[in-house]
Design a protein around this ligand. Structure first.
Ligand SMILES: Nc1ncnc2c1ncn2[C@@H]1O[C@H](COP(=O)(O)OP(=O)(O)OP(=O)(O)O)[C@@H](O)[C@H]1O
Length: 306
């Protein structure tokens, strides 16, 4: 069994003068949940469309479930893939259930599966209502419901949490994690980096059509020289002692917060220095670089400027 569910080799896509995707090598193992991030125009949707077999690469090869997207056999693979596009289009004059029946017919899935799927996304009570009266979040849930039909082995979701409230986002990731626990492989794009960073197994950062970095958040952090930051709140009258104790370290004071940037190997040393100042310090926290920090550090800003 091929455990590389997604395998891209030297894949490029050019639209006239625009090099949308530029020589990407990427593989994703079975059962992984991957976050694909990048600025507007970085090439995420183009990559999705090539992985779905909707457009052909200009160069290179895209293999999904071991089959090249250009092969005749890819039609069967396509049935094992679920896709939620960035703008999910629903027919307003149908009810939620009728719309799902339509998708079930197209996917050759029994209509009897639809009730259960609507229940799963929290739309059971609205199943008989016309989609025209659904809120933006409800439409997004409906899009998610059609993706779940037929228990797909591989799912692609393009900006799936747009329009969802915090409860909706929480529910959405809960179902996604269940899907992964059932064995599905998941690729998800998002512009909300804080939302995605703790929820996926690994991240792929696209910049200017190329992979700027790939790995777990910890691997991405280790791959950059970006320091963590120890943040302290001194007790009244204690700041001067804390700053004196940190002599030789870079220190920034902002309002009531003392910030100490630290390379990984310096963290314990700084904490040791601080441990003797218990009576001068009110609070201490370590802030590791966020995905947003890494994103800008790894070329996100460059990609936007390009
Ligand atoms: N059909 C097309 N014809 C011409 N250029 C295109 C086409 N589709 C995409 N592009 C261009 O290819 C580049 C990558 O676009 P793509 O939609 O893949 O980026 P994206 O990362 O998905 O962006 P967003 O976050 O805005 O959805 C952009 O410069 C875009 O203008």
């Amino acid at each position: 069994m091929d455990d590389k569910l997604i395998d891209l080799r030297a894949v490029s896509k050019r639209y006239g003068a625009v090099q949308a995707v530029d020589g990407i090598d990427l593989s994703v193992g079975r059962g992984r949940m991957v976050g694909l991030i990048g600025h507007n125009g970085a090439g995420k949707s183009t990559l999705f469309k090539m992985m779905l077999g909707l457009i052909e690469p200009s160069a290179g090869e895209v293999r999904i479930c071991g089959v090249a997207t250009g092969d005749a056999g890819f039609r069967d693979v396509r049935r094992r893939i679920g896709y939620l596009p960035e703008s999910f289009v629903a027919y307003d004059n149908l009810t939620g259930l009728e719309l799902l029946h339509l998708f079930a017919d197209l996917k050759k899935v029994a209509r009897s599966a639809c009730g259960n799927v609507l229940e799963r996304v929290g739309l059971a009570a609205a199943a008989g209502r016309r989609v025209g009266g659904y809120s933006k979040g409800m439409r997004q849930r409906l899009g998610f419901a059609q993706l779940l039909l037929g228990a797909p082995e591989l799912v692609f979701l393009d900006e799936p949490t747009n329009g969802l409230d915090p409860d909706g986002i929480h529910d959405f990731y809960r179902i996604l994690h269940q899907l992964r626990a059932e064995g599905a492989t998941i690729v998800i794009t998002s512009h909300i980096l804080a939302e995605i960073q703790e929820r996926v197994d690994e991240l792929v950062i696209l910049s200017g059509g190329k992979v700027a970095a790939q790995g777990t958040l910890a691997q991405l952090r280790a791959g950059t020289s970006m320091p963590a930051e120890i943040r302290l709140v001194a007790r009244s009258g204690g700041a001067a002692r804390v700053i004196a104790a940190l002599r030789g370290h870079q220190v920034r004071v902002e309002r009531d917060c003392i910030r100490v940037p630290c390379a990984p190997r310096q963290k314990m040393q700084v904490l040791q220095l601080l441990s003797s100042l218990d009576d001068a310090i009110d609070d201490v926290a370590i802030h590791e670089p966020s995905l947003e920090d890494l994103f800008f550090g790894l070329g996100g800003r460059h990609a936007r400027a390009a």
